[in-house]
Design a protein around this ligand. Structure first.
Ligand SMILES: [Fe+2]
Ligand SMILES: [Fe+2]
Length: 208
């Protein structure tokens, strides 16, 4: 049995009150989605609760932890603490809360960028992070609405919003975000894609 109250107390030593509030919101939202999609609710609750455990650390501390864990950050993540807190958070959550379940750790690690071939728990945490009750940004209602109707579409919309934000702010775009979106688009719109590939091939001769 997971001691969720104990985890909240420990988590409060690592993140500020606002972030703790957000984390509890993500956890709640993740449980609702887990119920809906038949995923283990305790796993979703735990992953949601601790997903941002490294979010409030300084860049120096985050990098130091990364070195200690032997985590080799790529060039893009090294230049963006907002990206680093996810994979480093997975290591930290493993050690702080003795989480051994690789699915929970992976959902924490990819909650900011997404990744190719996300599993259900990855998608739930990703979407819960975007749609917890305090989230309020243009487009949130649609992502929230889709979350319970078509989880893949909801993830795609959240990824697209994230990509737009990154572009608007002139920041570096992480390839995992593109891979996550491409994978989901190919997976969910396979028939449509096959059709356009076929018609492109047909046209190929004419344009040669
Ligand atoms: Fe985060
Ligand atoms: Fe978060």
């Amino acid at each position: 049995m997971v001691d969720f109250n104990g985890i909240v107390v420990e988590l409060g030593k690592w993140i500020d009150e606002r972030r703790l509030h957000h984390s509890i919101g993500v956890s709640r939202c993740a449980v609702d989605l887990a119920k809906h999609y038949g995923v283990d609710e305790d796993k979703a609750k735990l992953a949601g609760l601790v997903h941002d455990c490294a979010k409030c650390l300084s860049l120096e501390k985050t990098l130091e932890l990364g070195r200690n864990y032997g985590f080799e950050a790529d060039e893009i993540s090294l230049r963006n603490k907002a990206l680093l807190h996810a994979p480093i958070g997975a290591y930290l959550a493993r050690d702080l809360f003795e989480i051994k379940d690789p699915e929970i750790l992976e959902a924490i690690a990819c909650h900011t960028t997404g990744k190719e071939d996300m599993d259900l728990l990855d998608k739930i945490i990703f979407v819960a992070d975007y749609t917890e009750e305090d989230r309020n940004y243009p487009g949130v209602e649609e992502i929230r609405r889709l979350a319970f109707i078509d989880l893949n579409e909801s993830v795609i919309r959240a990824l697209e919003l994230s990509i737009k934000n990154v572009l608007e702010r002139g920041k570096l775009l992480h390839p995992m975000t593109i891979e996550a979106r491409n994978f989901l688009i190919m997976e969910t719109r396979e028939e449509e894609m096959k059709h356009s590939v076929k018609s492109l091939k047909k046209q190929g001769g004419r344009h040669a």
